[in-house]
Design a protein around this ligand. Structure first.
Ligand code: SAH
Length: 350
């Protein structure tokens, strides 16, 4: 890889320091930051108020991350779009654009693949290739906003990868995407989803950001969780709950618990009862997700009646619960499946 400076991953302050170090004025850094993070340019020559000399200097010393869309699928049902982007090193990642009445929401990937090994998830089947840089996370949003022409108002880090396994880059991304001189997306409109890396949840809590935290719980006890998610062998549900309470104490933000329902594994009414005991007294929302079956695994989606019974049981115990709308059901395939089918077909062709 090149030794060039990843200019789009720099905060305004870092960019300013860099400009001063190469003998440029401070206001030039502010202009450049605006080109990168508000006007969303993909080459230095588009920065028309910078001199040719400066543009050439930047071209020599810096790399400007710009993802290339290689496939876009659009749902005929609700307009949800899946984008497959190619990175500079030819790896591919996927991002999703969802259209809601309150604005566009983009779901980004934080890694190429994932190493967490959750049994229901397609992103992890080939392991983790590498973590994404802050600029690669940003540019998923920048490209989608540019291509669609619609402002992105919400961001969820729920694509491929485990954000807490790429902690520093994710934190830098959060700073950049919410910066006033950038897209200025409010922390309250950003959600980070994690399979539950306890020390990192605590570290994030200490930053006291106003972002939403979603925990991929998927089971009401350690035994079932271990059968679904290898990470359950490292951290118990009790440790996760403690970390969640700490997150709430530090930030005041309500927590979301994601629970993918798998037939015969975690969808009994007894599981719902155990889950309500676990969440009792917490400011929490349970997001039920009918599992999206992947062909490499035997998991099946729960019956509609089991999903409704599970929801009713939770509500009876006073737990806030929603069933996730299945956005883009027709294009879908679960998280990571578009990338996987693309890679498999490319390999098949070679
Ligand atoms: N690694 C992070 C974020 C990525 S996954 C995490 O674990 O939270 C985003 C959410 O989708 C997680 O709750 C994940 O468990 C869930 N998920 C992944 N594959 C799924 C599938 N096939 N069906 C239903 N939910 C799935």
């Amino acid at each position: 890889m090149s030794e060039k400076l990843d200019i789009k991953s720099l905060t305004l302050q870092e960019l300013t320091e860099y400009f001063l170090s190469i003998g440029e004025k401070k206001f030039r850094a502010a202009q450049t930051y605006q080109w990168l993070h508000q006007k969303l340019v993909t080459d230095f020559d588009s920065c028309t108020n910078l001199s040719e000399g400066l543009r050439n200097k930047l071209k020599e010393q810096c790399e400007l991350t710009a993802l290339t869309p290689v496939r876009v699928q659009t749902s005929q049902i609700d307009g949800t779009q899946k984008y497959l982007f190619e990175l500079a090193d030819h790896n591919v990642i996927e991002s999703v654009r969802m259209i809601y009445h309150h604005g566009d929401s983009v779901c980004i990937s934080s890694q190429v693949g994932c190493k967490m090994g959750c049994r229901f998830c397609a992103s992890t089947l080939d392991g983790c290739v590498r973590s994404l840089t802050p600029s690669e996370m940003l540019d998923q949003i920048y490209r989608i906003q540019t291509i669609s022409g619609n402002r992105v108002s919400n961001v969820v880090i729920m694509g491929s990868g485990e954000p807490m396994d790429n902690f520093d880059n994710v934190c830098k991304f959060l700073e950049l995407i919410s910066s006033e001189k950038g897209l200025n997306i409010s922390a309250r409109n950003i959600t980070v989803s994690t399979c539950g890396l306890v020390p990192k949840i605590r570290e994030l809590a200490d930053k006291k950001l106003q972002i939403n935290l979603a925990i991929s719980l998927h089971a009401p006890n350690d035994e079932i969780r271990k059968s679904m998610m290898p990470i359950a062998n490292t951290y118990s549900i009790e440790e996760i709950m403690d970390a969640c309470r700490y997150y709430f104490d530090q930030t005041g933000r309500r927590l979301t618990f994601e629970y993918s329902l798998v037939q015969g594994v975690n969808d009994s009414e007894e599981c719902a009862v155990q889950l309500s005991h676990l969440l009792k007294g917490m400011n929490a929302l349970v997001n039920l997700i009918p599992v999206n079956p992947i062909k490499e695994r035997e998991y099946r989606q729960s019956e509609r009646s089991a999903i409704v019974a599970f929801k009713n049981k939770l509500e009876k115990y006073g737990i806030n619960v929603t069933i996730r709308r299945e956005m883009g059901r027709d294009i879908d395939g679960a998280c990571g499946q578009l990338r996987k089918s693309y890679i498999d077909s490319e390999e098949g062709r070679e």
